[in-house]
Ligand binder design. Structure first.
Ligand code: DSN
Length: 446
């Protein structure tokens, strides 16, 4: 990571980036949507490509000087199409949320009916949650998951029959099973809806062949590029052969929705970085990486269970685990879990669990995953160790319980944070992790 120019121009920023690099290196990154991208991806992100305006698409730009930018974008598009086996790809969405919004614009009119997984059951804001533009401008209905975390397909079928949606979303942000594309496709086809597969979390697993592809089932695929796919922050939307059969103009509509519908000039430095990430994702090495993410997640699940932690769905089929902490802290105690993990040098996030007995702000679970640790070269043996650290950290706060009275909660959490800060076991784990991570380099950080 060469920061020599920042160092001479802006010591404040330099110091902060150095601190963040240290944090990324010395801790265990367990947030399942985060990863460590390659130095080549970072070079494109930090390159002169950021200087250019290129509104429009290749050969149809609103500005001159786009000869090479056109080729960069076409390279990324070709690689996306090959990697995911689709006939149409757009690599311009700034990230996942604008990518998904473009799909609404391409397939629906404001007020049209859309189905998606409820946010608190593991869905995403942009799958129609009430505070998102998608829930404000479209008539959205959320389907739910069962206590084991699995989507309730009887409910999806019932909602589809009753409300005749234009668009159905599958895919999630906290789902521990392979996405059931066939079942969703059968329901979407029965009511003539578009099926959009949001594969943001599992794109890398699909690229690696560790999970099946939605290309034969969905009409549309959307993804971010920075999670398991290990690219830069960014988004992509794709139309499948099935999608173009349903609507031959779908690709054009998707492109128009991105530009001029929602965005201005694409971020060409990001497009270049996406092109690199897609090339990397097509390698044998990446295949091994994708399979190892899943093996590691399964190994981490076993270790956690052996150390007394309950998991939603009792395990995982992908990169992600959802810890049900109700047996440890009672309802709404996810924040105790994320706080002790952070103090012990591990980053994860509090999360709702199916049938949440707390609330979205005070959820009862913690979500974690293995993409970033796997990038550092950790394997099953290391996961056993990590599981032990996680379980012991969580148990350090077992005597805390979120008050039932709403007004008492925030002061209680502040008091908890103050008290737990000096915890010796957590400090010891943090130090052990700092030593342990020395053997597992982070790409781009010396
Ligand atoms: N923020 C992403 C995640 O963590 O899953 C979803 O957009």
């Amino acid at each position: 990571m060469n920061l020599s120019h920042i160092q001479s121009e802006d010591l404040d920023l330099y110091a902060l980036i150095k601190k963040e690099a240290e944090r990324q290196k010395e801790g265990l990154e367990l947030i399942p949507s985060e990863n460590y991208t390659s130095p080549a991806v970072m070079e494109s992100m930090g390159s002169i490509l950021t200087n250019k305006y290129s509104e429009g698409y290749a050969k149809k730009r609103y500005y001159g000087g786009n000869e090479f930018i056109d080729n960069i974008e076409l390279l990324a598009i070709e690689r996306a199409k090959n990697l995911f086996g689709v006939p149409h790809a757009n690599v311009q969405p700034y990230s996942g949320s604008p990518a998904n919004l473009a799909i609404y614009m391409a397939t629906c009119q404001p007020g049209d009916v859309v189905l998606g997984l409820n946010l608190t059951d593991g869905g995403h804001l942009t799958h129609g949650w009430k505070v998102s533009a998608t829930g404000i401008f479209y008539k959205t209905y959320g389907y739910h998951s069962k206590p084991d975390g699995r989507v309730d397909f009887d409910e999806v079928r019932k909602l589809a029959k009753e409300h005749k949606p234009k668009l159905i979303w599958c895919g999630a942000t906290a789902y521990m099973y392979e996405i059931e594309y066939e079942q969703f496709a059968e329901i979407a086809d029965s009511v003539g809806a578009f099926l959009a597969a949001d594969i943001a979390h599992v794109a890398g697993l699909i690229a690696a062949g560790a999970h099946k592809s939605p290309a034969n089932f969905a009409h549309i695929i959307t993804t971010t590029t920075h999670k398991t796919l290990r690219g830069p922050r960014g988004g992509m939307i794709m139309a499948t052969h099935k999608g173009l059969e349903k609507d031959p103009e779908l690709g054009d509509k998707m492109d128009k929705a991105v530009f001029p519908g929602l965005q201005g000039g694409p971020h060409d430095h990001q497009t270049g970085a996406i092109a690199i990430a897609l090339k990397e994702a097509a390698t044998e090495e990446f295949k091994k990486y994708g399979h190892q993410i899943v093996k590691n997640a399964k190994a981490l699940a076993e270790s956690l269970k052996n150390n007394g932690i309950k998991l939603v769905g009792n395990g995982t089929e992908n990169h992600l685990l959802l810890l049900d902490l109700v047996p440890v802290y009672g309802p709404g105690g996810g924040a105790f879990g994320s706080e002790v993990l952070e103090l012990a040098g591990m980053t994860a996030n509090k999360n709702t669990i199916p049938g949440e007995p707390g609330s979205p702000f005070y959820p009862s679970g913690v979500r974690m995953g293995t993409p970033a640790l796997t990038t550092r070269g950790m394997k099953e043996k290391e996961m056993e160790k990590v599981g032990k650290w996680i379980a012991s950290a969580i148990m350090e706060a077992k005597d805390y319980q979120l008050p039932g009275v709403k007004e008492d909660r925030s002061p209680y959490l502040s008091k908890f944070k103050k008290e737990i800060k000096g915890n010796e076991t957590l400090k010891k784990i943090r130090e052990e992790i700092k030593q342990f991570t020395k053997d597992f380099p982070v790409p781009g950080i010396e």
